[in-house]
Design a protein around this ligand. Sequence first.
Ligand code: ADP
Length: 413
Amino acid sequence: MPTSPSRLLLLLPTTTYRTEAFVDAASKLGVDLVCASERPSSLQALVPESLVTLDFKDPGASAETIARFARRRPIDAVVAVDDLTTVVAAAISERLGLKANSLPAAAAARDKLTMRRSLASAGVPVPRFRLVELADDPAEHAEAVEYPCVLKPLTLSASRGVIRANDAREFVAAFRRISAILEQGDAAPVGEARRALLVEEFVPGREVALEGLLVGGTLHVLALFDKPDPLDGPFFEETIYVTPSRLPGPLQDRIAAVARDACSALGLTEGPIHAELRINDRGPFVLEVAARSIGGLCARTLRFGTGLSLEELILCHALGRPLESLERERRAAGVMMIPIPRGGRLVGVRGAEEAAAVDAIEEVAITMHPGQEVVPLPEGWQYLGFIFARAETSAAVEGALREAHARLHFEIE
Ligand code: ADP
């Protein structure tokens, strides 16, 4: 008897860059997709069996809606795309009895304070931290903290609202700026995250990002990315990611071991993780472990086995299908998240063809469109676009990304 195709629920925030990549992966794998988003799509009435609206801020209600849906159309797996949906994914999986991260684990990874507490109590190296209430007088805290420090909201992502302060005056300014960001409609968090922020010791050193897949509690490292541009603040705009890492092998092993400890401290057991760590002469420090894969369009840098995309791997794993290979291709690869030089209205972009013509450059994807408001950090969260490169060595990839970027000109009014 022929078996029916597996059905997978994809949780896609409207702000995601990754719809196309996941939809492509599902169609390659012959998976029947149900897509859920937080805003109703105009197509929903036409295909009610494939599109669902959920309130991602209410995991309980979302789980209930999907449980009702699944009575008619059973769901075999749930995949969270981006930070906004990891907790909902865990709640739905729990309700449907699917193998996935537990709800407390997903919630711990989503909240910077809970994450710090869980990691610190398990002995995983993290920056010293303290919680500061937004209702407090910042000037009092400014006298009590050590400098330099980093102030950050509890639940935002993409470095939004993350600010370094070198002295009391900068502390007070950063505190006020983050308070204002948390008042913005799209950034307004719920619960404690609305009332407080985190203040951490600034950890100097170089930064790496580790992309991994947890299978039955075992962390498989899919790629370790170096971030060759210094991230010293006051804001922390991501730019270049290059893999394989050029760090010495034993240090890479140490980074993987610390990331493993962090996942077990948080209780994460299944699916993709994206971890950010800083390394200095005291060893690796965990800045963050998110229960999702790499953001933006950056996953385009990764190919596995015979050419599988990261999204295909994630869907296969979620459906319990055999994983052909977790081995990344041999060549070096990298991406530049194109930094925003200043705020304003994007008028136009010149030089994209010239940038794409640089040796080793595979693609220049400008994701903002003319007329769009461009907002730099710490208030913004989008990128102007992405540049992708592949070459024999990581150094060649980095060089190509820098050269391509130098050929791009953004006219911002
Ligand atoms: P988000 O989840 O918004 O990306 P993170 O807490 O990961 O927020 O911080 C974003 C970036 O800010 C990090 O990748 C790092 O470059 C910098 N950063 C955050 N906290 C610290 C810290 N304690 N010391 C040094 N740099 C930090």
